[in-house]
Design a protein around this ligand. Sequence first.
Ligand code: NAD
Ligand code: TYD
Length: 365
Amino acid sequence: MTDATNLLVTGGCGFIGANFIRYLLDETPFAGRIINVDKLTYAANPLSLADVAERHGGRYVFVKADVADRVAMARVFDEYVVDTICHFAAESHVDRSIVRPDDFIQANILGTYTLLQLARERLPQIRRFHHVSTDEVFGSLGAEGFFTEETPYRPNSPYSASKASSDHLARAYHVTYGLPVTISNCSNNYGPYQFPEKLIPLIILNALEGKTLPVYGDGKNVRDWLYVHDHCMAIWRIMQAGHVGETYNIGGRNELENITVVQNICDLVDELSAPLSDRKARRKLITFVKDRPGHDRRYAMDCTKMERELGWRPTESFATGLCQTVEWYLAHPQWVAQIHSGEYLRWVAEHYGSGLTSVSTAYNS
Ligand code: NAD
Ligand code: TYD
């Protein structure tokens, strides 16, 4: 694919989408226009891109819309003559999918279907449809082995099942209709702008405030962590040099037990921020709580294909990435205040009752 002219990025006000837009406009020679479509759910924070909109003016357009809204999305495709799509928009939190799967079916399956169908109807003008997905579609690993691009899908949560479904649709639109689709399945991301319901930002912010640090089950579940900037570089590399119809596994080669991640964060927060009023080490805040139902034990990605075919490999180690992440959250209290207010609290109150401040607390109450 040569450089996109009018690139539709969905979910650009979320964690990875915002990092991707910043990366493309600030760090690459990309010369086209980005049209960011986001429904602005509780997980979105327009503050994540406020300076981008100011700095890049006409090269960045924001449209508030639901990707499952066919009429609104058809208007976007036609008004901005969209030729390339990078599809991030999704409901993305496993715990939330367990308590309320409806939104996941709607956004992840119907939303992806709507975009694929609109792209198919404009096929000659579409140069690439990149679908962003997760390693969770493969299910859970035992102590040994890695997921490869050939591993059969075996999703275990409503979230991963909805993503698996969207991956199958994307693949089918390539095989059946010739839509130029690529798919990436990535491991757990962390870094700036991540909504604090996911493990790493939740623990950073709770540790900072001296709150309980909830660790599910025995804390020995393993995730393969990748710094978000490395993921963004991988996606852009696939969009430029990846082969149509192919899927690519992306991971950090950074397998860690949850308890180790949480302990590392405690130590970093102790080092980089003011001590707690009782001068207690943050590790003392760790509390083992009820396990997540169907909790996948271990994820680990084999990224040989990305490395061999596209010359991509992660640049950030977990130590350097985590340090930058903690520093970022410490330096951006305004962003945190914004995301903890308004939409999120309204959503939690509506679905779990007033008085709760996060889904995590609702889940364990
Ligand atoms: P996020 O929850 O931080 O952001 C999702 C964004 O999508 C939000 O801005 C939200 O408003 C928007 N959105 C949701 N439903 C929408 C709809 N119907 N229409 C328009 N916009 C909608 O998620 P994230 O962590 O940035 O994940 C982005 C993508 O990457 C998802 O597809 C996710 O499955 C995938 N992924 C995430 C990870 C991870 O570790 N976070 C790892 C691998 C893959
Ligand atoms: P999460 O960030 O929700 O990502 P995912 O479930 O998509 O992997 O969780 C990462 C790991 O951390 C997962 O094994 C669940 C665990 N976890 C906790 O132990 N405590 C928490 O409060 C959260 C949110 C997650």
